[in-house]
Design a protein around this ligand. Structure first.
Ligand code: GLN
Length: 481
């Protein structure tokens, strides 16, 4: 059995007892990646020699000493490519610095290892928008892994990463975690530094861990969080020891079931698995409470104004002047901009830039952008009101299990609608986790189903406490396939 299928917790024990070295882990990992990545397409690249050199000087007594973590391709790691799944950056850009999240992980002894595929600039829910590789679901290679952190989820669930980092703007950690069958956590907005995360929608983006267990999620979160002077939105608040949330009971906790989230249109197998998990929570002593989040139906349309608006501004920097792709065919300055962007960006990125530019343009700003900001406030207030009565809110992570590759490719609107349960969480800046809660059978494959737990701002502790209790009760720790 390969070490790559281990949890962080298991590896730590083996490393500190000197049963294995961090070199063993990296070499083993590289071996299974070479074996399985041609099928899975999770990694865009990896540099074993660099990682081995870094592992040499790692202090094994640190909390994550010697643990290799795979990194989504939109997070800067010094000296490594950071292409955001885009032709705009592939082959031309190497990170000149470490992202804040990476510096924090290094301080804890982590060795970043491997670049993971993603939808171009994190726009998408299937990883099919990557311009660089096709990532497949480890449970059924004819299906999508979800997205945009599809490479990060497929690598963990496919047993070719110990754990990985993703980023989540509207569900991009939680949804692929649900579709691949691993644990994905989006922290409260501001918990983790966004410095060095290539910005998609700055008021929504957040980095978080994808892991095999809830315990591993808590361990990684301990090291990821903290104030970073280089990100003015990162919060200056104490970081608790999140592992203190593990192994506790959940008796008397109130679990909110939003009426608007348990609707028809959800895949029957997904409903059954999520309802089963809710029953488990009840059997552990939690108290179910029906709640209402009345503005849920505004979530997707609000997001698809705000996120493209911010993206259109953030992506203006990719103009062929400072870095990235530069068109060779242009003969004057205007052509230089136009052809560089025409050649460098894929169709979904162009669609978002067009949408964003439109909603921000003079004459439309009030009608779209300002209105979306107001709707965003209503969505946040829905959660505030609900959390007066409950400790945790529960929903399916995604309304359906993994689709076939190509199934929604020409129907962006249908794909956008699938983010209905994850998007409101980003709009409200809340922490949420997805963990496996069962499976549905489809054409001979067993496809994972994820349950989403949402907590109050900064209450990752309760989130992890309930997730850990549920994971153990369900006995669903996502082993590799
Ligand atoms: N699927 C959503 C989108 O396409 C969310 C992406 C994300 O969280 N990065 O924008």
């Amino acid at each position: 059995m390969s070490l790559a299928t281990s949890t962080i917790t298991d590896l730590r024990q083996k490393l500190t007892s000197r049963e294995i070295t961090s070199r063993d882990v990296l070499e083993d990992l590289a071996r299974v990646i070479e074996q399985k990545n041609p099928d899975l397409g999770a990694y865009l690249g990896w540099d074993l020699e660099k990682a081995l050199a870094e592992a040499e000087s790692v202090d094994l007594t640190l909390p994550l000493g010697g643990i290799p973590i795979g990194i989504k391709d939109n997070i800067n790691v010094l000296g490594e490519p950071c292409s955001c799944g885009s032709r705009m950056l592939a082959g031309t850009y190497r990170a000149p610095y470490d992202a804040g999240a990476i510096s924090n992980l290094r301080k804890a002894g982590v060795v970043p290892f491997g670049r993971l595929n993603m939808d171009e600039f994190a726009m998408g829910s299937s990883t099919e928008n990557s311009a660089l590789a096709l990532t497949r679901n480890p449970h059924d290679l004819s299906r999508i892994p979800g997205g945009s952190s599809g490479g990060s989820a497929a690598a963990v669930a496919g047993g070719i990463a110990i754990a990985t980092l993703g980023s989540d703007t509207g569900g991009s950690i939680r949804q692929p975690a649900a579709l691949c069958g691993c644990v994905g956590l989006k922290p409260t907005y501001g918990r983790v530094s966004r410095y060095g995360l290539v910005a998609f929608a700055s008021s929504l983006d957040q980095i978080g861990p994808l892991t095999k267990t809830v315990a591993d999620s808590a361990l990684l979160l301990n090291s990821l969080c903290g104030k970073d002077e280089r990100d003015s939105t990162s919060l200056s608040i104490p970081v608790p020891d999140f592992t203190a949330a593990l192994g506790r009971d959940i008796k008397g906790l109130r679990i909110g079931l939003p009426r608007e989230y348990f609707i028809s249109g959800i895949h029957a197998g997904v409903s059954a698995a999520v309802n089963g998990a809710v029953k488990k929570l009840e059997s552990l002593g939690a108290i179910p409470v029906e709640i209402s989040l009345p503005h849920t139906d505004l979530g997707v349309s609000t997001y698809y104004i705000i996120a493209p608006a911010e993206a259109s501004a953030n992506l203006a920097r990719f103009d062929g002047v400072r870095y990235g792709h530069r068109s060779a065919a242009a003969t004057d300055l205007l052509e230089h901009y136009m052809m560089t962007r025409e050649e460098g960006f894929g169709p979904e990125v162009k669609r978002r830039i067009l949408l964003g530019t439109y909603v921000l343009s003079s004459g439309y700003y009030d009608a779209y952008y300002l209105k979306a900001q107001r709707a965003r406030t209503l969505i946040r207030q829905d959660f505030e009101a609900a959390f007066a009565a409950v400790d945790i809110i529960v929903s399916p992570t995604s309304p359906a299990p993994a689709h076939k590759l190509g199934e929604l490719k020409d129907n962006p609107l249908a794909a956008y609608l699938e983010d209905v349960f994850t998007i409101p969480v980003n709009l409200a800046g809340l922490p949420a986790i997805s963990l496996p809660c069962g499976s549905v059978q489809a054409e001979g494959a067993s496809l994972p189903v994820g349950i989403q737990l949402i907590s109050k701002p900064l209450d990752e502790m309760t989130l992890l406490r309930v997730a850990d209790a549920l994971e153990h009760a369900l006995d669903q720790t996502s082993g590799p396939v």
